[in-house]
Design a protein around this ligand. Structure first.
Ligand code: NDP
Length: 387
């Protein structure tokens, strides 16, 4: 029996994981669920998994949930960031699935690894901000991470048996909804247009990050820390069909590609049952249906958000944390109608340019840089929210 805690259970990745867990049979047991504010969905999940403790994002959500069903009170670990840690400590599961969004995923990942839990990691911000901390852990601890991001799941599969003979990792990018359009044409695009991703159905932050390709830059950083390859050996190509998720080039020049449906249930299922490989009960990809597969170079200079992430990766230390924090703040402002799509990139650029990069030795170094970027943008642009 594998005991599971699911962080972010009401989100896009979280609900896909729940779908698998609902049909998992006896092998997987849900011990804990963490959500932000969607108490209707969390209540449904708590009825479905009667052994699970829970934590929620804030006090208001907590009160609402207990109001919906008083019997939940004995299963509560509370609300807020400390409650997430308490839930992990109380349940000490075999596997923590981290599908939180943003830097809020970092400390739960670190604590889970310290406790010796495996972590199925969707939350890429963990590695973008705290990659150095995880790289500094023993292999026994850091090796407990199982990547869920589809590209990294695919890289891991390709590397199995070939790690020492691999010269280069290639991540694919769909190009997002605006591929082929010039930057200046994007100044007035609406929130709905940005959220309309052509091949993936995802949460709001990662969809917006994908639209200007910051996401792919963050994934390069994620791949660097997960697989230990230098940045010069991690490449990105545009592949609009999103069926080849990653490729590795071996020393002999040959390429191994990992091909699969654009369906996050595949990497999630693989992580939940790892190292077992199970039958995938949903729609499979048939080669005859694929038609033409295209690959195009990712031109540097055409995707400034991607370039900023790569610049931050090169500067190292706290620079990627500042990019992520500025992105989180700017996305919030964009979703509240305060700024346009291209200003997200401008705000990231401003924060990165103004930041004095410091080394990352402790989690406080990361949290300080995160707070610095948020306060910097607050000082420069005023109150972030209109509602
Ligand atoms: P969503 O926004 O859909 O979900 C985020 C989850 O986190 C929700 O359950 C939300 O709860 C919860 N949450 C937010 N704030 C808090 C908080 N303060 N306390 C507790 N829970 C909180 O995101 P995604 O599922 O799209 O993405 C999750 C992660 O996975 C991201 O790092 C993303 O980059 C990565 N990823 C996502 C992919 C995808 O296909 N979606 C693909 C690859 C990686 P609630 O909704 O109840 O407020």
């Amino acid at each position: 029996m594998k005991r599971i805690v699911l962080l972010g259970s009401t989100g896009s990745i979280g609900t896909a994981a729940v779908e698998i867990l609902e049909f998992a049979g006896d092998g997987l047991s849900v011990e804990g669920l963490v959500a932000g504010r969607n108490t209707d969905e969390l209540a449904r999940q708590l009825h479905r998994f009667p052994n699970a403790l829970f934590a929620v994002g804030d006090e208001e959500a907590h009160t609402r949930l207990l109001g919906a069903d008083g019997s939940f009170s004995v299963r509560s670990a509370g609300h807020g960031h400390e409650a997430i840690i308490e839930l992990i400590e109380r349940t000490k599961p075999d596997l923590v699935v981290n599908a939180l969004v943003g830097i809020s995923g970092l400390i739960p990942t670190l604590r889970a690894l310290e406790l010796g839990c495996s972590v199925a990691l969707a939350n890429k911000e963990t590695l973008v901000t705290g990659g150095e901390l995880i790289a500094g852990m023993s292999q026994e601890r850091s090796g407990l991470i199982i990547p869920v991001d589809s590209e990294h799941f695919s890289v891991k599969r390709c590397l199995e048996g070939y790690r020492d003979d691999t010269e280069e990792i290639v991540l694919t990018a769909s190009g997002g909804p605006f591929y082929g359009r010039r930057q200046e044409e994007l100044r007035d695009v609406s929130v709905d247009e940005v959220l309309d991703h052509p091949t993936w159905n995802m949460g709001r932050k990662v969809t917006i990050d994908s639209a200007h390709l910051l996401n792919k830059g963050l994934e390069v950083i994620e791949a660097h820390w997960l697989f230990g390859f230098p940045y010069g050996q991690i490449k990105v190509v545009i592949h609009p069909q999103s069926v080849v998720h990653a490729i590795v080039r071996l020393r002999d020049g040959s390429l191994l590609a990992h091909v699969g449906p654009a369906d996050m249930r595949l990497p999630l299922m693989s992580a939940l049952y790892y190292p077992e490989i199970c039958a995938f009960p949903w729609r499979r990809l048939e080669l005859e249906e694929l038609g033409t597969l295209e690959f195009f170079p990712l031109d540097t200079g055409r995707f400034p958000a991607f370039d900023l992430a790569i610049e931050a990766a090169g500067r190292g230390g706290t620079a990627p944390t500042v990019v992520n924090a500025a992105d989180e703040v700017a996305i919030d402002a964009f979703l509240h109608g305060r700024i346009g799509f291209l200003e997200i990139i401008e705000w990231i650029d401003e924060a990165l340019a103004a930041h004095d990069v410091a080394p990352v030795r402790t989690v406080e170094d990361v949290l300080d840089a995160d707070q610095w970027a948020r306060e910097y943008l607050l000082r420069k642009h005023g109150n972030m929210k209109t509602t």
